[in-house]
Design a protein around this ligand. Sequence first.
Ligand SMILES: [Zn+2]
Length: 126
Amino acid sequence: MHELSIALSAIELAEQAANGRRIKRITLEIGELAGVAPEALFFCFDLATKDTLAEGAELEICARSGIARCEECQSTFPAPSRLAICDCGSPRICLVQGEELNVKSVEFCQARREGDGVAEQAERDR
Ligand SMILES: [Zn+2]
């Protein structure tokens, strides 16, 4: 499944950056024309984070809308699909935005720092 491999590679990247810390949130930048179904991605993310540093982490998707540039008249316009046609009638377009598939940011739990460690301590004493 496409979304599962996206989830797995995002988690792998986040784990590399985590350096042993627990992952709190992963934000992905996904273009609307990247062919990714967000619902499927959320579902796969929950499965794929099991037994990783990202277990229980939040997945945030930052959607990027499609934008194309016409190769005939050079105008740019919103493109709901790869097959969009320019107002001038030309189908010769190139997408300038909307195919992104990136890990935008990863947030970690800072349990080792003072202050934030209080909650962790309380958890253990229970
Ligand atoms: Zn045009």
